[in-house]
Write a protein that binds this ligand. Structure first.
Ligand code: ZN
Length: 345
C-alpha cells in the first residue's frame, strides 16, 4: 500500500510511576553508578523514541507530497477513493507520531534529575537540596574548592620529591602516622607559655653559668636572651617548641636595639661568633625532633652550653687552641667535644 515502511515504534516501555526506575524512589540518594546506568538507559530509550518520531514525520510528509499510493491503477480510481485512502494513511501516521511522543515523554520523565554541571559532587550535592539553588551559590563555590584542591594536589605532588631531597627537614611527615600522633605535631606550635617558661627556667637553673631571659615581643612565642658565662650571648626565637632562629654574639656586643627591644637579626661582628652561629643553626636542625619537641630544645641547650669552654678548651684532634686564628668553634653533636673547623672528624 505504501512506498515507505517506517519502522514500528519500540514497544514495551513500562509506565508505572512510583515503582519504576524513574519513580519517586529515584529522588533518594542512590549509588552513583546505579543511578548513572539507569539514566543512561532511559536516555537511550528516549533518543530511540525521538529517532522513530523523526522517521515517521519524514515518511508522513513524503506521503503527503506524493500522495498515497493505491494498489490499483491510479487512472481507474475515483476522486472519492483517493480521498478515503489519503485519510486512512493520514490517521495511521498521526497515531504513530502521537505514540512516539508519548513514549518519549514517558522516558524523559522517568530519567533522574541530572547533576547541574560536569562535576560529580557526590553527597555534597544534597547539601543544598532544601534551599532554592539560585539563592546560595553553593555549587559554584564547591566547584571552585574542588579546583583548588586539584591544584594543591598537583603542586604538592611536584613539591614533595624536591623537598624530600633535603635531609634537614623540620617537618615530620610520615604517611603511616596515626591521627593521634599527628595531633602531637600540631601541638608543637601551640603550647602554653607557662609550660615553655617552666621548662626553660628549669634548663637555666640546671646550669649555674647560663642566664636566660624570656620575653614575648612577638606574641605567645618566646624569645630567649641567653648569656653563657662570660663567653657568649645568644638570641633564640621559639615557635611553640620549635627553634626558629638562633644568633650568637659576643658578651660585650649589643643585644638590644635602640628602641629597647631584643635585636633578633644583626649578626656578630666577630668571625668566631659568626662561625658558632652557623654551627648553632646546623645543630638546631640536627636536634629538631617534632615528636619530642621539648627534648629537642633541651638537647640543643645542652649542646649550646658546651660552648662555655669556647676559649679555654683545646681542639680534641690537634690539641691546639688556635687554628687559622680561630678557637675550636665546632662541637661534636653527641660527645660535645671541641674541634676546629678543619679538624672535624
Ligand atoms: Zn684542631
Amino acid at each position: 500500500m505504501m512506498a515507505h515502511h517506517p519502522p514500528h515504534p519500540v514497544g514495551g516501555i513500562p509506565m508505572n510511576p512510583g515503582g519504576g526506575v524513574g519513580g519517586v524512589g529515584s529522588m533518594l540518594p542512590t549509588p552513583t553508578t546505579g543511578e548513572g546506568q539507569g539514566s543512561v538507559e532511559m536516555l537511550q530509550k528516549a533518543l530511540d523514541a525521538v529517532k522513530m518520531l523523526r522517521c515517521n514525520v519524514t515518511a508522513f510528509f513524503e506521503t503527503i507530497a506524493t500522495g498515497p499510493k493505491l494498489e490499483s491503477n491510479s487512472s481507474t480510481t475515483t476522486q472519492e477513493e483517493r480521498e478515503r485512502a489519503f485519510k486512512s494513511v493520514f490517521t495511521v501516521f498521526m497515531q504513530r507520531m502521537v505514540d512516539n511522543v508519548k513514549e518519549m515523554d514517558a522516558n524523559i520523565s522517568g530519567m533522574t534529575q541530572p547533576s547541574p554541571g560536569p562535576f560529580n559532587l557526590g553527597n555534597s550535592s544534597f547539601v543544598n537540596q532544601e534551599v532554592a539553588p539560585e539563592r546560595i551559590p553553593l555549587y559554584s563555590q564547591l566547584v571552585d574548592s574542588y579546583k583548588w584542591m586539584e591544584k594543591v594536589h598537583e603542586y604538592s605532588g611536584v613539591a614533595s620529591p624536591i623537598l624530600s631531597q633535603n635531609s634537614m627537614k623540620r617537618t615530620y611527615y610520615n604517611t603511616s602516622l596515626s591521627a593521634k600522633r599527628r595531633r602531637t605535631l600540631i601541638n608543637n606550635y601551640v603550647v602554653a607559655p607557662e609550660a615553655v617558661n617552666s621548662t626553660i627556667n628549669g634548663i637555666a637553673n640546671s646550669y649555674n653559668d647560663m642566664k636566660i631571659i624570656i620575653t614575648r615581643p612577638l606574641g605567645t612565642n618566646a624569645a630567649l636572651n641567653i648569656t653563657l658565662g662570660r663567653t657568649l650571648t645568644a638570641v633564640i626565637v621559639l615557635k611553640g617548641w620549635l627553634i626558629e632562629w638562633v644568633v650568637i654574639r659576643g658578651v660585650l656586643e649589643e643585644m638590644m636595639k635602640e628602641d629597647g627591644t631584643l635585636d633578633f637579626w644583626s649578626e656578630s661582628r666577630y668571625k668566631v661568633f659568626q662561625k658558632v652561629t652557623d654551627n648553632a643553626n646546623a645543630a638546631m636542625l640536627h636536634f629538631c625532633a617534632p615528636t619530642h619537641p621539648e627534648l629537642s630544645v633541651k638537647s640543643f641547650m645542652t649542646w649550646l652550653h658546651s660552648y662555655i669552654t669556647l676559649f679555654t678548651q683545646p681542639c680534641k684532634k690537634c690539641g691546639l687552641h688556635l687554628n687559622n686564628n680561630l678557637p675550636p668553634t665546632w662541637r661534636d653533636l653527641r660527645s660535645l667535644e671541641p674541634y676546629h673547623e678543619e679538624c672535624k672528624p
